[in-house]
Design a protein around this ligand. Sequence first.
Ligand code: F6R
Length: 244
Amino acid sequence: MKVIGVKDYVEMCQKAKEIVVSTVRSKQKVNLGLATGSTPMGLYKDMVEDFKNNGTSYHNVTTFNLDEYVGLDGGSKQSYRYYMNTYLFDYIDIPKEHIFIPNGKAKNLEEECKRFDELIQKSGNIDLQILGIGRNGHIGFNEPGSRFDSRTHVVKLSESTRQANSRYFPSIADVPTHAITMGIQTILESRKIILLASGDSKANVISRLLTEEPSSKLPASALKHHPDVLIIADEKALQYVASK
Ligand code: F6R
């Protein structure tokens, strides 16, 4: 894992945008893996701005999102599909049929997980995967205890994750209890991975990630088994790390 330390959230997003844009411009067809949550919002804003100002086209880009809540459809404001439309897809030229997000309303969730995972493989896997990190070390919704060889599956969300995400819902009771997430193995099959971390709330988990041996107690530590992972973290997220 390589670490780039940046000053703040704005600089973190700029750096990530530069890598995304140069990846999109470097190949005829590109598969991007995308995350939601508060961390990548600024990255998506910068991508939209770059699209407007520099015309970077997403016509040949296919996207796969990491996760979706079980029970929410794209019309629900808290769904990750709604988030992606609102922050990115509605403002760039990506064809709608190139957008893949697990369907949290699927009748057969197991089938949906299998379909989604196979779709990624059939598309030739993800070229560049964007990740955030949960305070407990989750990536996607792979909570502590998740197997490193897991593929896309249904997870029960931990109480700490439901608590952290309740800020987007009217109350904690409205936060779904389950989600579909890309598995850790699925994520590790991406050719390049960028993990973004910003702010005091990520300082502890980033210090753990950089110092602990890989173990399922810290799902993000699986990334140590990948040959091309770049962590872009700001000063606050790196505050407990000795040499930045
Ligand atoms: C979201 C996702 C999650 C988030 C993580 C951090 O698609 O997969 O793993 O990246 O929960 O969330 P924020 O960015 O809101 O701190």
